[in-house]
Design a protein around this ligand. Structure first.
Ligand code: FE2
Ligand code: FE2
Length: 160
């Protein structure tokens, strides 16, 4: 992956996911199959992003700060649960190829925007600051070692 910093890498992933979501929204009333392709990539990418954070980044921060079950990562984990709830609701609509999903999209974006901003402005820089020599490579390796089954989702298993 060759990441320059946690903040750079994860911010770029937020941007990539935002772009996929906008594509889904732009296409959903014109070409649903094409919109769905973007949604699949978004769903898988966001699920992977959350796994990277919860399995690799947050434990590292919690270990360094001694803040387990409290502090910023506890808040971020809680927000991930809310994000996943909205994501599931939207996924149901996509499964039914129902473009009337503005409410689900807005609910998701509302939480996600604020969540990403807090990570980019506060949490990622704090993690970057705490990293010692060689630890960024360890983060990359740990991320790469996560098996795809952890974030592959049913959208990939059903056709269309
Ligand atoms: Fe997050
Ligand atoms: Fe994130």
């Amino acid at each position: 992956m060759g990441m320059a910093s946690v903040r750079d890498f994860f911010e770029a992933d937020h941007d990539r996911l935002d772009a996929l979501f906008i594509e889904f929204q732009t296409l959903k009333r014109k070409d649903y199959p094409a919109a769905k392709e973007n949604f699949k990539l978004f769903l898988k990418g966001l699920t992977r992003h959350i796994v990277w954070e919860e399995d690799v980044l947050f434990p590292l921060f919690e270990e360094k700060t001694g803040m387990q079950g409290m502090g910023p990562t506890a808040v971020m984990r809680q927000e991930h649960r809310v994000i996943k709830g909205h994501l599931d609701a939207l996924h149901e609509k996509v499964r039914a190829a129902d473009p009337e999903s503005d409410d689900e999209e807005n609910a998701l974006l509302h939480v996600l925007k604020d969540h990403n901003m807090k990570e980019e402005e506060i949490l990622y820089p704090a993690i970057d600051q705490s990293l010692e020599a060689g630890e960024l490579e360890k983060v990359e390796k740990a991320m790469a070692a996560i098996p795809e089954e952890r974030y592959a989702c049913c959208c990939h298993a059903h056709p269309g």
